[in-house]
Each structure stands twice: as structure tokens, then as C-alpha cells.
Design a protein around this ligand. Structure first.
Ligand code: NAP
Ligand code: MG
Length: 407
């Protein structure tokens, strides 16, 4: 390797497995170069969380990062670890630096049937990670009165931070409701630039993976808001991606979100489902649980600047960690962590013109899948196999079985 990977270590059981995966499955085969950032909770606290920002900027600089799961601190963790302060979720900090779209893809096994019987290929969710409900203003209204939306153009005529710099136009006022009694109101927003970058990330990912793109919104009801999402998506497709998508056989399909949902549970999968922020939050949990196990879900953050951050979708598997600390050999599934590493190595290999690096990563994926298909797997999956039951391995036995197959 010439250019290093940004390696972000983490917490608890995933930290234990991180070291094991590296030692047994990567270092014997790859001349690994990484820029190492310890995002474990203790080091984040000791560095006043500086290390998280440094890691995020390193991903922008080097192009590819791989991250272990990390604890998002709360008051219980503050007491447990004797923390000096409560810093934000590292994923939120890194996402803000990379301004990206999160893609979640299940790792499919033929011996584990999805709950939706028609699904033959994985469904990838691309979630817009900015705005809407997640940056909304809300208000409880105590009694009768008028609620309005008010727009006041910036005093300098435009160019506010995060804006396109276009002139602000004239002031606007829209009636939300004449409230006859107490109730609640909400104001949401999104930005044209963010929607356009969301669309770009989705089309780039789809081209990379050779997947059709579906996008669903509710533009019949929300003509201005969801209508803008639909129009920007179409515009980005037509002006920036149509030619390359047609050449690669990658189609783009827009439909109403409720029609999309109906088609998803009747279809055979194998597409990228671009989702608005809230739809992505809900549908990624639906797809994860219907596909088998949270431990089989991979996640990649793709930035509009062309940087990639790979991780497992699950957390630090806290309860397994406490059992491991008491001396138990847990049966924690390292598959999504392994696939985070292979995703990052494939991307590094492609970017740097190192086909043997990408080929190694692919063969590690094949060995991991073949081990599980042969009935050697961790407890979370052994429960789900049909026809079962299968004897569960602990994490160490499972990783050794993959290493043996890789050899
Ligand atoms: P979690 O770590 O994902 O674990 C929830 C449960 O899912 C586990 O108790 C386990 O079920 C099962 N599970 C998850 N991953 C597994 C694996 N690899 N192998 C086997 N089983 C697995 O979620 P959590 O317990 O809600 O969160 C723990 C910590 O993780 C929190 O401090 C949270 O802040 C952090 N977190 C980090 C990230 C991230 O960095 N991306 C994401 C989510 C949460 P059983 O106990 O039934 O075996
Ligand atoms: Mg959710």
C-alpha cells in the first residue's frame, strides 16, 4: 500500500474484535499502512474530542477510512468511565465534516431466508442525512390563534452560510393554520445544495455497484417541498449522470413513496433505495431486521467530495463485552466489521491502482461467506439458519475458521 487508510479504533466488544480481525485476517496477507486514530471513549475524553475531528479531516485528505463502533456518551457512560465531559456522537461529528450520504447494505446468505419471501438480492438504503424532521423547529400552541411561516431575506441580499449565494428575493408569509384550540406545529427545511449532493452520492454509489436507483417521495401532497426533491433528483440525473448510467445499464425510477413501499415487499430486491431522511431512518431498520440480523449490515458514508468511510452498522455490543471481561468467550459476530475492512481495502485498491489489494479483500469476503454457508457461524445466525439447528462458534473459533479457509 502506498496511501494509508484512516483507521479509527473504537470501544467495547467491537474493539476486542477489531484487533483480532486485523491480527488474524489482514496483517498476515497485507502490507497494511494506516493512519491510526483512537476513537475509544477514554481517548476522546483525554483529547477533549479533538481526535474525532482529526480523524474526520484525515478521511477527507486521504479518501478512505474504516471505523470501529464507538460509544455515544450519555450520563450512565460518564459515570462508568469517569468522563470529564459529554461529547457528541463521533458519527455525527464525522458526518458533519464529510457532509455525506449513508448507504446500508445487508450481507446476504443463502441459508438465511429474509422475512420477505420474494427478496432474492439485498436492498441497499441510501439515507439523506441532512435536515427535515432532524433539524425541525417545533412549538406547542397553548390556545386559539394564527400560525404562519415567515421568510425574511438576508440583509445583504443573499450569500448566507450554506446558501447558494443567490439573491434572497422578497419576503414571504404563508398561513399554516388558524388554530381553533391548543395543538402542535412544526417547521422543517432542507437545502437545494444538500439535496443535489444526496442525489450525486446515490448515482455515484449506484454506478459503483451496478444497481438500479429508486427514489420515492410524496410530491402529490407536498408539491413544493417533496416536489423540490423530485425535481432536483431528476435534474442531477439528466444533467450529470444520464449518459454514464445508460452506458452502465443503471436505471433511475421515481415513484410515490407509498407505491415504492408496496413494490419493495413484492419485488426481488437488488436495487438502491434512495430515501429522504425520515424514510431512511425507518426503512433501514425494516430492511435490516427483515434481512436477518443487525450484525450482518454494512454501512458506508460517501461524501460529495469523493471520500468514503466504512463501518459496521451495529454498536459496540456492550453486554457481550461485560461477559468477555468476566472471562467468557462470546459468540459475537464480526462479519460486518470484516466487511468494513474489505470495503475500505477494495476502495483503496481501486483508487491507487492496486488490483491485488482489491482482489485480496474480495477473497476475504468470499472466505467469510463460504465459512458461514458451510454452517460455521456465530450464535446470532445459528438461530436463524434453515434447516437448522447449527452449532454456534465463538468469535475466536469463527475467525480462525475464516483464516484457515483464506490460507
Ligand atoms: P448494539 O451494540 O448494536 O447491540 C444491540 C444488540 O444487538 C446486542 O445486545 C446483540 O444482541 C445484538 N448485536 C449487535 N451486534 C452484534 C454482533 N456483531 N454480534 C452479535 N450480536 C449483535 O447496540 P446497543 O447495545 O444499543 O449500543 C451499545 C453501544 O453502541 C452504545 O454505547 C451506543 O452508543 C453504541 N453504538 C454505536 C454505533 C456506531 O458506532 N456506529 C451504532 C449504534 C450504537 P444480544 O444481546 O441479544 O446478543
Ligand atoms: Mg432507525
Amino acid at each position: 500500500m502506498a496511501v494509508p487508510l484512516v483507521e479509527m479504533d473504537g470501544d467495547e466488544m467491537t474493539r476486542v474484535l477489531w484487533a483480532l480481525v486485523k491480527e488474524k485476517l489482514i496483517l498476515p496477507w497485507v502490507d497494511l499502512k494506516t493512519e491510526y486514530y483512537d476513537l475509544g471513549l477514554e481517548n476522546r475524553d483525554a483529547t477533549k474530542d479533538r481526535v474525532t475531528g482529526e480523524a474526520g479531516r484525515a478521511i477527507l485528505r486521504l479518501g478512505v477510512g474504516v471505523k470501529c463502533a464507538t460509544i455515544t456518551a450519555n450520563t450512565a457512560r460518564k459515570a462508568e468511565y469517569g468522563l470529564r465531559a459529554l461529547y457528541p456522537s463521533p458519527n455525527a461529528t464525522i458526518r458533519a465534516i464529510l457532509d455525506g450520504t449513508v448507504f446500508r447494505k445487508p450481507i446476504a446468505l443463502s441459508c438465511i431466508k429474509p422475512s420477505v419471501s420474494t427478496w432474492k438480492k439485498p436492498i441497499v438504503i441510501g439515507r439523506h442525512a441532512y435536515g427535515d424532521l432532524y433539524k425541525a423547529a417545533e412549538m406547542a400552541v397553548p390556545g386559539p390563534g394564527r400560525v404562519e411561516l415567515v421568510y425574511t431575506p438576508a440583509a445583504d441580499g443573499g450569500g448566507a452560510p450554506g446558501g447558494s449565494g443567490a439573491p434572497g428575493g422578497s419576503a414571504q408569509r404563508v398561513l399554516v393554520a388558524e388554530m381553533p384550540g391548543p395543538g402542535v406545529v412544526q417547521g422543517m427545511h432542507n437545502l437545494d445544495d444538500s439535496i443535489a449532493n444526496f442525489a450525486r452520492c446515490c448515482f455515484r454509489y449506484a454506478l459503483d455497484e451496478g444497481l438500479p436507483v429508486w427514489f420515492g417521495a410524496k410530491d402529490t401532497i407536498s408539491k413544493t417541498y417533496d416536489g423540490r426533491f423530485k425535481a432536483i433528483f431528476q435534474h442531477i440525473y439528466d444533467t450529470e449522470f444520464k449518459a454514464s448510467c445508460e452506458k452502465a445499464g443503471v436505471s433511475y425510477f421515481y415513484t410515490l413513496i407509498d407505491d415504492a413501499v408496496a413494490r419493495v415487499v413484492k419485488g426481488d430486491g437488488g436495487f438502491l433505495w434512495a430515501c429522504k431522511n425520515y424514510d431512511g431512518d425507518v426503512m433501514s431498520d425494516l430492511v435490516a431486521s427483515a434481512s436477518g440480523s443487525l450484525a450482518m449490515m454494512t454501512s458506508v458514508l460517501v461524501s460529495p467530495a469523493g471520500a468514503f468511510e466504512y463501518e459496521a452498522a451495529h454498536g459496540t455490543v456492550q453486554q457481550h463485552y461485560y461477559r468477555w471481561k468476566r472471562g467468557e468467550r462470546t459468540s459475537t459476530n464480526p462479519a460486518a466489521l470484516i466487511f468494513a475492512w474489505t470495503g475500505a481495502l477494495v476502495k483503496r485498491g481501486e483508487m491507487d491502482g492496486l488490483p491485488e489489494l482489491a482482489a485480496f479483500a474480495r477473497s476475504l469476503e468470499t472466505a467469510t461467506l463460504a465459512t458461514m454457508e458451510a454452517g460455521r457461524m456465530t450464535g446470532d445466525l445459528a438461530r436463524l439458519v434453515e434447516p437448522g439447528p447449527v452449532t454456534a462458534l465463538d468469535s475466536w473459533e469463527f475467525i480462525n475458521a475464516i483464516a484457515a479457509r483464506l490460507g
